[in-house]
Design a binder for this molecule. Structure first.
Ligand code: NAP
Ligand code: MG
Length: 487
């Protein structure tokens, strides 16, 4: 029996809540207190197979993909309504599970989730093909047209940072396209996605259209992405796990989209509005205590304002309210786990060993809970590990630059290409930067502005494919060209 106050969860397969075949469970904790929060069903290959079979049946029987698009859109609108009605609850669950501050989840993630489900519901009735005249034939002899059809059964694997948001980014376009889904959330943050899926069922989606498998990456994730009945895999997470998923998908040539990490540059020019720039650059790296794929962890400041910016940052950082993530005034919550905190601390220690200097923060904070003070590093060189690898924690390296060509070269000197930010009052310079930087999202005088209508996804090793916007649908649709001889 679960301990008092600790909930126990099942798997969602074929519209029903079921225990895993071997009855195994794993614990999940509140990162703000370290206390046990819930027991999750630990799925294994048998459960994965049942979930995939359920999604397969739901796809092949045609109830979902052949449902009139207007009816599918209506169900998605109902799902969006339920997300809104349960916004406080979803935000509370996700906050306690992954440690992201409540205010960010409730005020940023939840509105975006409802928007995205509605935006994608709108597309359900607009998945049009084209009529294409054949180029080497009498134009009246043939009729050729394309149809856009769903790819089929989709395996979606998501990480722990912003779990309900990540789940919605994955589910909404897949469902609008007419695909069926098996979702595998991270074991560190499965409670929000489980509740979200329950709302999808309550909205009236047919059984088997959304299935959720909880458990570890090794026992639940790996068999899911390698399953021969899965037509497409959509993954968000680390580069290393992403490489393993590419290898697994290669066995069956399963279609694949990836949203991987980043090492995003934030650039402050000497003509910037410094109030705006300092606040923006801090938010860029500290949003969700740096546990965000877009974290602007390399801050380049033009030399004439470098010292001024650094001293403003040094003064601002200790004033940021750190504490339990469910406190609505907190902006710096705990890291997701002790393991993650140790990993982040080892980046800071490594940087100091390489000659960097801790300008602010750097110490663990509060006990219990996995807190780390926002940390500002000076004296960092481009080749240091801290300037090259994704940290996924509240650590920013502040570096000086002299001119535009130099900062663009250094901004692009990374294997990643997810996001970039620039602060300047020179409009032409802003556009030059936006044009030259190799990143899927560029923010000028702002950062982390997301919208359901805007495509989001990385260049280079930050990923394949897009989330949100019309382009997200491309990952879940395939074009069929039909040609009729009509003469
Ligand atoms: P991860 O290993 O990439 O996990 C992401 C998801 O993949 C989780 O659901 C995970 O399950 C699952 N998974 C793990 N191994 C798998 C496998 N062999 N086959 C299929 N699925 C598998 O990320 P993490 O370990 O949570 O975090 C490690 C680092 O990744 C972080 O420190 C950060 O640098 C980076 N990261 C980046 C992002 C991003 O959005 N770019 C997000 C998260 C993490 P379990 O977690 O349940 O094992
Ligand atoms: Mg948790």
């Amino acid at each position: 029996m679960p301990e008092t106050g600790v909930s126990r969860h099942q798997l969602l397969i074929d519209g029903k809540w079921v225990d895993p075949v071997d009855g195994a469970h794993i614990d999940t904790h509140d990162p703000s207190t370290g206390q046990k929060l819930a027991e999750l069903a630990a799925a294994g290959p048998w459960d994965v197979d049942l979930a995939v079979q359920s999604a397969r049946r739901a796809f092949d029987d045609g109830l979902w993909r052949r449902m009139p698009a207007e009816a599918r859109a209506r169900l998605l609108h109902r799902f969006a309504d339920l997300i809104e009605e349960h916004a406080d609850e979803l935000a509370s669950i996700d906050t306690r599970d992954c440690g992201k501050p409540y205010a960010f989840i409730r005020n940023v993630d939840l509105p975006n989730m409802a928007d995205l489900v509605r935006y994608m519901a709108g597309w359900a009735t607009k998945l049009e093909g084209r009529t294409i005249p054949l180029s080497r034939q009498d134009p009246t002899a043939y009729l050729s047209y394309t149809r856009r059809q769903p790819v089929g059964v989709v395996a979606q694997v998501i990480p722990w940072n912003g779990a309900v948001l990540a789940a919605t980014w994955k589910l909404a376009p897949a469902l609008a396209a007419g695909c069926t889904v098996v979702l595998k959330p991270a074991e560190l943050a499965s409670l929000g996605p489980l509740r979200l899926a329950e709302l999808a069922v309550e909205a009236g989606l047919p059984d088997g259209v959304v299935n959720v498998i909880t458990g570890t990456g090794a026992d639940a994730g790996a068999p899911l992405v390698a399953h021969p009945q899965v037509d497409k895999v959509a993954f968000t997470g680390s580069v290393e796990t992403g490489k393993g998923i590419v290898a697994a998908a290669a066995q069956n040539l399963t279609k694949l989209t990836l949203e991987l990490g980043g090492k995003s540059p934030a650039v402050i020019y000497d003509d910037a509005d410094l109030d705006l720039a300092v606040d923006g650059a801090l938010a860029a790296v500290l949003y969700a205590q740096g546990e965000a794929c877009t974290a602007g962890s390399r801050l380049y400041v033009q030399r004439p304002v470098h010292d001024e910016v650094l001293s403003r940052i040094e003064a601002a950082v200790p004033k940021l309210r750190l504490g339990e993530s469910s406190d609505p005034d907190v902006v710096v919550g705990p890291l997701v786990s002790e393991r993650q905190r140790s990993k982040v601390i080892s980046f800071v220690d490594g940087a100091v060993g390489d000659g960097a200097e801790v300008i602010a923060g750097g110490a663990t904070a509060r006990d219990p809970g996995y807190f780390l003070e926002p940390t500002v590093l000076g004296g960092v060189h481009d080749q240091m590990t801290v300037a090259r690898e994704e940290i996924f924690g509240p650590v920013v390296s502040v570096m000086a630059f002299d001119d535009e060509a130099e900062v663009i070269r250094r901004a692009n000197d990374t294997t990643f290409g997810l996001a970039a930010g620039v602060w300047t009052t020179n409009v032409a310079r802003a556009h030059r930067f936006a044009n030259a930087v190799n990143a899927g999202a560029v923010w000028v005088n702002c950062y982390n502005v997301f919208d359901a209508a805007l495509p989001f996804g990385g260049f280079k090793r930050s990923g394949w494919g897009k989330e949100m916007g019309e382009e997200a649908l491309d990952g879940y649709l395939q074009s069929k060209a039909v040609t009729l001889a009509i003469s």
